[in-house]
Design a protein around this ligand. Structure first.
Ligand code: G3P
Ligand code: CA
Length: 382
């Protein structure tokens, strides 16, 4: 077992402050007290975790109940719904609110008039948007594979599955936990929270309501809540959410909530030792892009790990990088096998380098591969 790896615990913070609606004001950091260790049997901070990224999205269209179920059956500790809002305020699992890329909405003539252009996080996007559909309307659509050129096999399932609500994902989690005899966790990401605040469909209130209805807003619940923005995580902490929070980071750009209020801090600032210290006042983990942990050299090989894991662990933040995928096109050039972009390369070698670098978990489209690489790492470490 690597000495540097964090044996951190997760936070339980109970401060009775209601969430604000609409565009939130900047909030000061509040220190998150450190809780007792997580209970045995939950795959939270004590174990290396494998997160089924958007489900087992390497094998099924992403963010469908079928993708989540397969991830759990493959051994994932967590399934990962990204959430956005419908017109009637229901949280549904989609990677973004524009749905032409992952549903058959374009082939529904009754919705042709809803094609429009919206500015999402400062970028004009044209298509169909969840916030223009009631849940009942969204239910008439069917999911489609996002990457048909890379994952042609997954198109076999196009047209079979609905867009699930977060409630349904939580029900699936409960059912599979019972059947499989282990806790299946949910690792929920709020997508575009500032945007949704701006159209009065704030994500945080229904998220808390869904978690509380499922009796999951507890200190030892197998739940993480993650965001690429900062303000909503601070708000959730202040609102008394008891589950651990994870600040997502990126190798480029800046959190949109900071951009929107003229704060010039970037993800690079947040990923510095000082930035991580600040994150540790409201979150229990960070989700960096892989390259922030191990950059790629110009020759296509993986380079020397950065200070990121050590700096995060120094302030007791868990490190769960994204996104690990088996296909050549997503791997460092030196780990590719053959010329076809959709063939599998040496993904286990990539995973091994990251486990060796001290990460505490990984987001992967191929949870079965993540489970194998973790097993290999743990066997070699004992
Ligand atoms: O949430 C971790 C990872 O999923 C972030 O990337 O864009 O796939 O949601 P994305
Ligand atoms: Ca995500």
């Amino acid at each position: 077992m690597p000495g540097a790896r964090l044996r951190a615990t997760v936070a339980a913070v109970a401060v009775a402050v209601p969430l604000t609606l609409a565009v939130p004001a900047a909030l000061p950091a509040t220190a998150a007290p450190r809780p007792p260790a997580v209970q045995p049997g939950t795959a939270l901070a004590e174990d290396l975790v494998v997160v089924g990224h958007r489900g087992a999205s390497g094998y099924r269209p992403e963010h469908t109940l079928a993708a989540y179920e397969l991830a759990a059956r493959m051994g994932a500790d967590f399934i990962e719904p990204d959430v956005v809002s419908t017109k009637d305020g229901v949280l549904v699992a989609r990677h973004e609110n524009e749905i032409a890329g992952t549903t058959d909405v374009e082939s529904h003539p009754e919705f042709a008039g809803r094609r429009t252009t919206r500015t999402i996080d400062g970028v004009p996007v044209t298509g169909w948007f969840t916030e223009d559909f009631t849940l009942a309307e969204l239910r008439t659509l069917r999911a489609e594979e996002r990457l048909p050129a890379v994952r042609e096999e997954n198109t076999l399932y196009d047209g079979l599955f609905q867009v699930p609500t977060l409630d349904e994902v939580l029900e699936l989690r409960a059912r599979l936990s019972k059947e499989l005899g282990r806790e299946i966790g949910v690792y929920i990401e709020t997508k575009h929270p500032t945007y949704f605040d701006g159209i009065r469909l704030s994500l945080e209130e229904p998220l808390l309501a869904d978690l509380r209805q499922a009796r999951l807003d507890r200190a030892h619940s197998p739940v993480y809540v993650q965001s690429f923005e900062t303000t909503n995580l601070r708000e959730l902490r202040r609102a008394g959410v008891k589950v651990p929070l994870v600040q997502l980071l990126s190798g480029a750009g800046a959190p949109y909530d900071l951009v929107a209020r003229g704060d010039r801090r970037t993800y690079a600032d947040l990923a510095s030792a000082a930035g991580l210290r600040e994150i540790a006042t409201y979150a229990q983990g960070v989700g960096p892009e892989k390259n922030q942990v191990i950059p790629r050299r110009a020759d296509g090989t993986l380079g020397t790990p950065t200070r990121f894991v050590d700096d995060a662990h120094a302030v007791r933040l868990l490190v769960h990088p994204y996104t690990f995928r088996n296909e050549n096109t997503f791997l460092p050039p030196a780990l590719r096998e053959g010329a076809a972009p959709d063939d599998y390369g040496r993904a286990l070698a990539e995973h091994a380098a990251f486990w060796d670098a001290g990460i505490d978990g990984m987001f992967t489209d191929n949870p079965d591969t993540g489970v194998v690489s973790r097993q290999l790492f743990e066997s070699a470490s004992n």
